[in-house]
Design a protein around this ligand. Structure first.
Ligand SMILES: C[S@@+](CC[C@H](N)C(=O)[O-])C[C@H]1O[C@@H](n2cnc3c(N)ncnc32)[C@H](O)[C@@H]1O
Length: 197
């Protein structure tokens, strides 16, 4: 995810927000690779601890970002927006980005519109272990993957209402003028630069 986000960055950002950053695995990479002045992991969940070096942990919700208008250079998010009222959250992304600022929002989709199966979720969690270990260490990786394999999380994830690619395209296009799209395994990515700047 960090490679995908930074692949769209034209100049190094000063103020960065990860919406729903969870364990802080991506935040940590963004801190190291951008040297940004302020990096915020914004997440409402008390169950996660931030492991990000130098990042601020802020409790909050994407639908009401606790930041001023035109204050952020880079907003990104991975695997969060299906929890949200997407148009409301995107309106707040547009409000808080600086003119010329960049948003990269990646979220899970389903090709067929059906909920994900438990076996797929288990396989994905196990496959992610190596990446977590590289980014947040063995103990962090065991904790995050353990959480992703817990019955509570699996039940939650199976009940997620994911968008199909065409729904994703329509909703994001309606909210963000001239948004572009990218794809990654099991997810779609909206890439938007706020006009001006
Ligand atoms: C599947 S996890 C993704 C975590 C992280 N982005 C990652 O890639 O590992 C979803 C995250 O979304 C967060 N979340 C749920 N509702 C949210 C909201 N309204 N605003 C911001 N984050 C939210 C959860 O707390 C959780 O950390």
């Amino acid at each position: 995810m960090a490679d995908l986000v930074l692949g769209h960055v034209l100049s190094l950002p000063e103020v960065v927000v990860d919406i729903g950053g969870g364990s802080g695995a991506v935040v940590k990479l963004i801190c190291a690779r951008t040297n940004a002045r302020i990096v915020v992991n914004l997440d409402p969940s008390p169950g996660f601890e931030a492991h990000a070096d130098g990042a601020l942990r802020v409790a909050g919700r994407a639908e009401a970002l606790p930041f001023s208008d035109n204050s952020i250079d880079l907003i990104y998010s991975y695997g969060v927006f299906h929890h949200l009222d997407v148009p409301v959250a995107l309106a707040d992304v547009a409000r808080t980005l600086k003119p010329g600022g960049l948003a990269v929002i990646a979220d899970f989709i389903t090709e067929n519109g059906r909920p994900r199966q438990a076996l797929t979720l288990i396989f994905d969690a196990l496959r992610a272990f190596r990446g977590y270990r590289a980014n947040i260490g063995l103990v962090g990786a065991v904790r995050v993957v353990g959480y992703r394999l817990s019955p509570g999380w699996l039940n939650h994830a199976r009940s997620d209402r994911l968008l199909s690619p065409s729904e994703f395209h329509k909703i994001y296009t309606n909210s963000l003028h001239s948004v572009n799209f990218d794809a990654m395994a099991g997810a779609m990515v909206a890439v938007w630069r706020k006009p001006g700047g």
